[in-house]
Design a protein around this ligand. Structure first.
Ligand SMILES: NC(=O)c1ccc[n+]([C@@H]2O[C@H](COP(=O)([O-])OP(=O)(O)OC[C@H]3O[C@@H](n4cnc5c(N)ncnc54)[C@H](O)[C@@H]3O)[C@@H](O)[C@H]2O)c1
Ligand SMILES: [Zn+2]
Length: 352
């Protein structure tokens, strides 16, 4: 069964997120008659070469260290060498690194060409490929340069997740748990109800989780495509996740998000927004899935990185505080207040 979720785009037809099987044939149906150039990475190329057979391909490196302006410039050079022009369509085939880079390249090459994605990681299917934030890191600071621009289509084929390492599946589930905490308690319960190993081998259940998470994201992006307000909800856990990513090279993005969600949950207990029971429930699910909840980095160091994060506006910062599973609120907080709270809930100083 195929599900199509349309994500509204200002002044244009909706971006189509297609959740189903048979990505190879579906991709060919979706492509305009124009020339298609695929951007992918070596792992996806190795496992899923057949999917992009016959298309011209540009292969970029893997990991956060490849999500840079240097990679973008290299891709521009390759496009020029291929004689690409504005009529081309770019398709990013890969995880969030590929889709973030491909979306940025497509939005800026010759002032913008059409583009779509085949999302090949769980994290890209539930989050990264959807919603139109495309960008790259600068000096280790996450997503410092980027654009809002949604793809024409996103293909999410859960059978492509069969080749994904377990650690990557767990990291992807972290962002789906995030969607549940933000706005879909039933999604959170569904993840709670199944043993992680069973879930990861049940492609139908995974597709259902992708559909629910994309549903949450689509409703929020519809209300606030360019993050003037409500879209900040999607940053749950990310203020500290980005700090963890800046301070260590050890964690995958989804793992850093799990650590960030645990920190912000404890802060939400301290502010009186959330009960201790809900905080424990979130932590238990993260642990059960096999996600980390501690970074090993001192809070004072994380807070220095938070100060430099792009979400800081003057001396205040927007943080998404969980109130209960399925409901969060956005708070504008003086940085000094966030620092005070974070230091107070640091595991060493807390009661736990
Ligand atoms: N733009 C957004 O809205 C948004 C949202 C969330 C996350 N992100 C970004 O997404 C990035 C993380 O994305 P990710 O977790 O997908 O990481 P990733 O792109 O690095 O992919 C993870 C690993 O899996 C490999 N891989 C991909 N598909 C595979 C498959 N089907 N089989 C086997 N191996 C496969 C990749 O080569 C890579 O080694 C981060 O940079 C994060 O900031 C962006
Ligand atoms: Zn994220």
């Amino acid at each position: 069964m195929e599900r199509i979720i349309g994500v509204p785009r200002a002044g244009r037809t909706p971006s189509q997120v297609i959740i189903g099987n048979g990505a190879a044939s579906r991709l060919r149906e979706l492509l305009p008659a124009a020339r298609t150039i695929v951007i992918t990475d070596p792992n996806v190329e190795r496992h899923w070469h057949a999917l992009t057979e016959g298309f011209e391909r540009i292969v970029i490196g893997t990991g956060e260290s490849s999500k840079t302006l240097a990679t973008v410039e290299e891709v521009y050079r390759r496009l020029i060498a291929l004689d690409a022009d504005r009529t081309c369509c770019i398709v990013g085939v890969g995880g969030g690194i590929v889709t973030d880079v491909a979306g940025f390249v497509a939005s800026t090459f010759m002032r913008g060409v059409r583009f779509g994605f085949v999302a090949t990681t769980l994290l890209a299917q539930v989050d990264a490929s959807v919603g139109g934030k495309n960008g790259v890191n600068v000096d280790g600071f996450k997503n410092m340069a980027g654009v809002f621009n949604q793809p024409d289509f996103v293909l999410c084929d859960s059978s492509m997740l069969a080749t994904l390492p377990g650690r990557e599946l767990r990291a992807g589930l972290s962002e789906a748990i995030k969607s549940g905490i933000i706005a879909d308690a039933e999604l959170f319960e569904r993840i709670e109800a199944q043993r992680p190993e069973e879930l990861f081998s049940d492609l139908g259940a995974l597709a259902g989780i992708v559909a629910s998470a994309v549903g949450v994201k689509s409703r929020i992006v519809e209300a606030d495509e360019r993050e003037a307000g409500e879209r900040r909800l999607l940053n749950l856990g990310h203020t500290f996740a980005h700090a963890v990513e800046k301070c260590t090279g050890r964690f995958l993005h989804g793992e850093a998000v799990a650590i960030g969600m645990d920190i912000i949950s404890r802060i939400a207990v301290a502010t009186g927004d959330m009960s201790r029971g809900s905080c424990e429930r979130i932590r238990s699910l993260l642990l059960r899935v096999g996600l980390p909840v501690e970074s090993g980095v001192e809070m004072s160091r994380l807070l220095r990185a938070v100060r430099q994060d792009k979400k800081r506006s003057s001396e205040s910062i927007y943080v998404t505080l969980p109130c209960e599973v399925g409901r969060c609120r956005i708070a504008k907080m003086p940085l000094t207040e966030l620092e005070r709270l974070a230091l107070a809930v640091e595991p060493d100083s807390a009661e736990r």
